[in-house]
Every structure is written in C-alpha cells, then in structure tokens.
Write a protein that binds this ligand. Structure first.
Ligand SMILES: [Mg+2]
Length: 124
C-alpha cells in the first residue's frame, strides 16, 4: 500500500475513534486534532493527503479552519482535499460548505463505503 495519511479533526474523542476505525482500512498514517488551530499546525508540519473536518468545534470551528486553509496557506497545502463531517442534513448547508471550500460532505453515521466513494471521487 502506498503511504497515505489522513487528518481527523473532531472535538469529540469517540467520533475520532469511530472514524479512525474506518479510515485505517486505507490510511497508512492517521493524525488527529480536536480543534482547527491544532489541525493547521499538524498540516504545516506533516505530510497529509486528506482531511476529515468536523464543523462544530471549540477554539476554531470547521468552517473557520477550512477558510483559513484555503485562503491563508500556500500551495499545494491550500488545495488539500477537505471532507466535512456533519450530522446535519447536507441539503441545508451544502452551499455554505462549498463557499467555505469543502470538497465533499460526509454525513454521520460514517461507513466504509461512504468514505470509499468519496475518496474514489477525489481520485486520490
Ligand atoms: Mg464537534
């Protein structure tokens, strides 16, 4: 398997564990952060291929973090694929998420097939 690393950003420990169980099927390295500020530091210091981003988090939420990555970080980091993870109906929020710079939305509950479909669509 080629090296493939992901960053899971969620303030809820159990959510990170659940997602980790799924992505470990295709990720050789998994990083975790519980807020956007820590996530940005990790992105700047580690080679990461894909980001799973919760929306509601303390310190720096998912929208703020994604906007920061897209607008403030330099290339190629600013183009990293970012998947929003949310329990909300995506129909209600999709325009906002696109404006913020998310590539895809992943609705809870997570499943291996949902994630696999997204990763394939991104051709990673
Ligand atoms: Mg949260």
């Amino acid at each position: 398997m080629n090296p493939f690393s992901c960053l899971i950003i969620d303030d809820i420990f159990m959510n990170r564990i659940l997602l980790k169980e799924i992505v470990k099927g295709f990720c050789t390295q998994i990083y975790e952060a519980d807020n956007g500020k820590t996530a940005i530091e990790l992105l700047q210091t580690h080679k990461i291929n894909i980001v799973f981003m919760d929306i509601e988090m303390p310190i720096m939420n998912g929208l703020e973090t994604t906007k920061y990555i897209r607008r403030r970080l330099s290339s190629p980091l600013c183009n990293i694929p970012i998947i929003a993870i949310t329990a909300y109906n995506p129909e209600d929020f999709f325009d906002d998420y696109k404006d913020a710079g998310f590539n895809h939305l992943l609705t809870k509950p997570y499943s291996f097939s949902k994630i696999q479909t997204i990763v394939k669509a991104l051709s990673l």
